[in-house]
Design a protein around this ligand. Structure first.
Ligand code: TYD
Length: 212
C-alpha cells in the first residue's frame, strides 16, 4: 500500500472543483504536508498534449471509443509518471477529475458503459482508485452561471455538449457516490467559496485523522 493519500475532485461543469482543490492544497501545505495538485486530462507533458487533442479535436472529432482510449492513455501516463511516484514518497495527491469523470462522461452519458471504462483503467493504470472522491454538487443554474463567467461562448468540445448529456453526467456522479459511499463524499456546492471549502475540509477529515 502506498504511503500517500489520493483525493480526487469530481463533478459536472462549473461546479467549482478547481478552486476547491486549490484551497484544500493550500491548507494541507500550511500543515507542512507535501501536496501534488494536478488535473485530468493532463498533469504530465504527454497527458497535456492528449488534453489538447481531446478538448480541441482535429477534423470531425473523436469517436466515443477513441475518446475513451485517449482519456485512458492520458491517465496512464499521469498515474505512472506523477501520481504513483508522489504517493510512493508519501505526498498528498489532489487531482481535479480522475477515473470517475471517464465513467460519467464516456461510460454513462456517452454510452460506452461502466465495464468498458473500468477495463481501460485496469489496463492503463492498474485500476488505481483515489482514497476519497469528493463530488461537488451545485444546482444546475449556479453552475451554468459560473460557466458563462468562465467560458463565455468558448466552451470546449466536451463542455459544449447538449444539456441532456451534462444532466446525465451530473446524475452519474451522484449515483456513483450512492453505490460506493466509503470512497465518495458528496459536498453541497451552493453558497460562498469559503462555505464550500469548509464542507470539503469536513469531508476530507476522515483521511486527515487516520495516520498511515
Ligand atoms: P476542463 O476544462 O478541465 O473542465 P472542468 O473545468 O469542467 O473540469 O476540461 C475537461 C473536460 O474533459 C470536461 O468537460 C470533462 C471532460 N472529461 C471527460 O469527458 N472524461 C474524463 O475522463 C475527464 C478527466 C474529463
Amino acid at each position: 500500500m502506498s504511503k500517500g493519500r489520493f483525493i480526487a475532485f469530481e463533478g459536472g461543469e462549473g461546479m467549482g472543483k478547481s478552486t476547491q482543490a486549490r484551497l484544500l492544497a493550500d491548507m494541507l501545505r500550511e500543515q507542512g504536508r507535501e501536496v501534488v495538485l494536478t488535473r485530468e486530462p493532463g498533469g504530465t507533458p504527454g497527458a497535456e498534449a492528449i488534453r489538447a487533442l481531446l478538448l480541441a479535436p482535429p477534423g470531425d472529432g473523436w469517436t466515443l471509443e477513441a475518446e475513451a482510449l485517449l482519456f485512458a492513455a492520458a491517465r496512464a501516463d499521469h498515474v505512472a509518471r506523477r501520481i504513483r511516484p508522489a504517493l510512493d514518497r508519501g505526498a498528498w495527491v489532489l487531482c481535479d477529475r480522475f477515473l470517475d469523470s471517464s465513467r460519467a462522461y464516456q461510460g454513462i452519458a456517452g454510452g460506452l458503459g461502466d465495464e468498458g471504462v473500468r477495463a481501460l483503467h485496469a489496463i492503463g493504470s492498474a485500476g488505481l482508485l483515489p482514497d476519497l472522491t469528493i463530488v461537488i454538487d451545485a444546482p444546475a443554474a449556479a453552475a451554468a452561471e459560473r460557466l458563462v463567467q468562465r467560458d463565455g461562448d468558448c466552451s470546449d468540445a466536451i463542455g459544449g455538449r447538449a444539456a441532456e448529456y451534462h444532466a446525465r453526467v451530473n446524475a452519474s456522479f451522484l449515483e456513483f457516490a450512492r453505490s460506493e459511499p466509503e470512497r465518495f463524499a458528496v459536498v453541497d456546492g451552493a453558497g460562498s467559496i469559503d462555505e464550500v471549502h469548509r464542507r470539503v475540509v469536513a469531508a476530507a477529515a476522515r483521511l486527515l485523522a487516520v495516520p498511515r
